[in-house]
Design a protein around this ligand. Structure first.
Ligand SMILES: [Zn+2]
Length: 797
């Protein structure tokens, strides 16, 4: 074992070319670097050992040559039809529909089993990873260790007068349950799956970087609440049918994946969307986390007990998801669901969405059109809506109805080259959507395109002259809304005066005067769609046009968002994780974002604790720049990224400030979500309770032992099955890979591709034809043929 450790730490211990000017807010001393074997939670779910030699598949090893991939892509990639108007049938199967409709109040219990109407056979399949650390015991312990090793931090770190002024970071541990599950794909295909659970580990390390700089500015919580996919706020955004269909697809995916079949309808873009039964856990966890975030801003009776700032670490992302069209990696529109929940529970009347993901949030924008009373491009159809909605707010002859509360504005900064104008998707419609600017007709939409830059100065010129307009337009939206409200309220007061006069002398009136209704109080919120894929450290396979942003952008922008929030929302902002796919983009981007969010709150700290800034920086109107430019340095990012590898071991004798700090950051970050520490080639794999063929041995581990602390060193070979048993495979599931010459469809962000000439969505018949073949190899062959079927005569619509 010690040999192994040495090998693994070899790379980590080289400290060459470290930047000399790196500064932490306070000097940080190393805490113990002795990682006892039984403290390492890096359980391996797929990596296996043969002949006593350890094989660690890492992303680096499995990733294919980029040039080769691109060549292959050019040769083989058919251009899928972009978002046909023919929606895939969203109607669920009758049986599920019945069950769903018979289920009353599915969202009433926080600790309910995820889906009350799921057949009991699925209980085991859906049981969440035993590695989930519900009460953050590991993080609490690591944080205490960090403080104990650095007693001066306790004394010198600035802190807020009230606990509620801390930026709340809400982790969604069930988010890691959504993982790619087609065990028959090749390693090279697997390496193109960018939206992966390991993103959460990188996110945690980004969170941890901010915490180590300002340990008392952040509060970390786990949201283990499960929201219902059938709750009213989900249905109001997505209609009746899509949530049911999604639910059904997740359940059905179990059998399909077990049979090596494709689990998503094969007219979908199977390169971007994947499902497993446990995707349900992730979705319900995301909905619950979003609810928790909104509750944490408004749920306390005493206003000063509520937080102002929350960042939610969730996946899959949501901003491409239309009301009735999942798209990109997005299954549900998390942000819009959160806004609807805030309206239902806390009467939020207006909300500005600020979207800084690399890609245009077409789904979020489309839902804004629907909210304004228009029909969405992929919006709810008649059958998606309740009779009550249709009766209360019918459409006129032109399909328009009254705009409804909450009124939501969408303000986006994105790269028009990345989306939607890549090869094959550059439809007129999509370019127009991603460039729409309108501030009327109940529509408040502003789209700004990122520009190239060579120096940061040039970038910030763009920022000050162009990009800032999304903040200005959000400001205009909320100002106008406030004016409108004031006007309405003024009218209401006039009517009330008339009504009171009438009450005094009703006999003077020919007709009774009606009691006026007050307008809905103006209560705005600001939310951020925080994607980090525009980062300078995003993988070039994801950001293919070189139009990036410097890491400091996230701090600057977030600081400005909070300024806007201080004007309109008493400082309340919820930030939702959207994109960001490389470990470097996520760690550095989230680090910068969290520092920026907390920057303007700096003046609220208790006095004379501040060892890093001077008092004059707290004056109104003066920028409090907590972000230190050295923190965005490439070398800093590289150090943090080392911690995103499952097999990370700390530096034994860190010598420079960067490595001492990185050790602490990574230890803390990895303690946050142990169930997200997965090998790069992790594939969801359901293990039957009594596997006989694959097992060499099974031994039992009690769940307490796992949740508590003590799981023996598992860098290598063992995996844990759903019962908490440790299982050792005799061979890797990956080695079962048949040759897969299927074309690679990566991040095409399209959802549909044309199957054949007659444009039909696949029916259950076609599926059963595939599955009725007697042997699984026949079935696989049939399936591949269906997938590989060329797309004839592609025409752009
Ligand atoms: Zn994106």
């Amino acid at each position: 074992m010690s040999n192994l450790k040495e090998t693994l730490s070899k790379d980590n211990d080289s400290e060459e070319s470290l930047i000399s000017q790196f500064e932490t807010t306070l000097s940080i001393k190393p805490s113990s670097n002795e990682v006892a074997e039984n403290h390492d939670l890096s359980l391996d779910h797929t990596v296996l050992v043969g002949n006593n030699s350890v094989i660690n598949y890492t992303r680096d090893q499995s990733i294919v040559d980029i040039a080769e991939l691109e060549e292959e892509e050019q040769l083989l990639e058919q251009i899928p039809k972009f978002k046909t108007k023919n929606r895939y049938k969203l109607e669920p199967k009758l049986a599920v529909k019945k069950e769903v409709e018979n289920t009353r109040n599915p969202s009433n219990s926080k600790s309910r089993s995820p889906s009350p109407f799921v057949d009991s056979q699925y209980e085991k399949i859906l049981s969440p990873s035993p590695l989930i650390d519900h009460s953050l015991t590991r993080f609490t312990k690591s944080f205490a260790e960090f403080l104990n090793s650095n007693p001066h931090i306790q004394r010198e770190s600035p802190r807020f007068i009230h606990e509620s002024l801390k930026t709340l970071v809400i982790l969604s541990p069930y988010s890691a349950e959504h993982a790619f599950g087609r065990k028959w794909v090749t390693k090279s295909y697997l390496s193109t799956i960018f939206e992966r659970p390991q993103r959460l580990l990188a996110s945690c390390i980004g969170v941890s970087a901010a915490i180590t700089m300002f340990p008392f500015y952040y509060k970390l919580i786990n949201s283990t609440k499960k929201g219902s996919i059938f709750s009213s706020h989900v249905r109001k955004i997505h209609g009746k049918n899509w949530p049911k269909k999604l639910f059904e697809l997740c359940i059905d995916s179990h059998e399909k994946l077990q049979n090596d079949d494709l689990e998503v309808p094969n007219d979908w873009n199977v390169g971007d969307i994947y499902l497993t039964p446990k995707t349900l856990n992730a979705i319900e966890g995301v909905i619950g986390t979003v609810e928790t975030a909104v509750d944490s801003l408004y749920g306390q009776e005493v206003e000063s007990d509520n937080h102002n700032l929350a960042f939610v670490v969730i996946r899959p992302p949501g901003h491409h998801s239309h009301a009735c069209l999942p798209s990109g990696f997005c299954l549900l529109n998390n942000v819009q669901i959160g806004i609807e929940y805030a309206f239902e529970n806390y009467h939020i009347s207006h909300c500005a969405i600020l979207d800084i993901d690399l890609h245009h949030g077409d789904g979020s924008q489309d839902i804004c059109w629907e909210r304004a009373g228009f029909t969405g491009d992929y919006g709810k159809e008649d059958s998606d809506e309740s009779d009550e909605v249709k009766q209360k707010n019918p459409r006129d002859d032109y399909g328009k109805r009254f705009a409804t509360y909450p009124k939501v504005g969408y303000f986006s900064l994105h790269d028009i080259k990345s989306y939607p104008t890549e090869l094959g998707y550059a439809t007129k419609e999509n370019i127009k959507n991603a460039s729409t600017c309108i501030m009327d007709h109940d529509l408040n939409i502003w789209n700004v395109h990122l520009q190239g830059w060579k120096t940061e100065d040039e970038f910030y010129k763009h920022y000050k002259t162009k990009y800032v307009s999304i903040l200005n337009r959000a400001n205009q939206f909320l100002n106008n809304a406030k004016k409108e409200y004031d006007l309405e309220y003024h009218g209401y007061l006039n009517d009330l005066a008339k009504y009171n006069k009438y009450l005094l002398k009703p006999h003077l009136y020919n007709q009774p005067v009606k009691k006026p209704q007050p307008p809905l109080p103006f209560k705005p919120l600001i939310v951020v769609s925080a994607g980090f894929d525009a980062s300078e450290y995003e993988n070039p396979q994801m950001q293919r046009h070189g139009i990036n942003v410097p890491t400091s952008f996230y701090a600057t922008f977030s600081k400005d968002v909070v300024k806007l929030a201080n004007i309109h929302t008493s400082g309340k902002v919820i930030s939702f994780l959207e994109g960001g796919y490389s470990d470097g983009a996520l760690t550095s981007g989230i680090f910068s974002h969290l520092i920026g969010l907390t920057s303007t709150a700096n003046s609220l700290t208790s006095p004379s604790r501040n060892s890093y800034g001077s008092d004059d920086s707290h004056d109104e109107g003066v920028d409090d720049v907590l972000w230190n430019p050295t923190w965005g340095h490439e070398q800093v990012m590289k150090e943090l990224v080392k911690g995103c590898k499952r097999t990370w071991t700390p530096y034994k004798n860190p010598r420079s400030d960067v490595t001492v700090w990185a050790n602490e950051v990574i230890k803390l970050g990895r303690s946050m979500m142990p169930n997200a520490i997965l090998p790069a080639n992790y594939i969801y794999h359901y293990q039957e309770p009594e596997p006989t063929t694959l097992l060499k041995k099974t031994r039992s581990v009690s769940p307490e032992l796992i949740d508590g602390n003590i799981v023996s060193h598992k860098i290598i070979k063992e995996i844990m099955d759903s019962e908490g048993n440790i299982v050792e495979y005799s061979h890797s599931p990956l080695k079962k890979d048949p040759d897969d010459n299927r074309r690679i469809m990566r991040h095409t962000r399209s959802y549909y591709k044309k199957l054949n000439n007659n444009d039909e969505a696949p029916t259950d018949n076609s599926k059963s034809q595939l599955t009725s073949n007697s042997t699984s190899s026949n079935r696989k062959q049939a399936l591949r043929e269906a997938i590989l079927q060329p797309i004839p005569d592609v025409k752009y619509k």
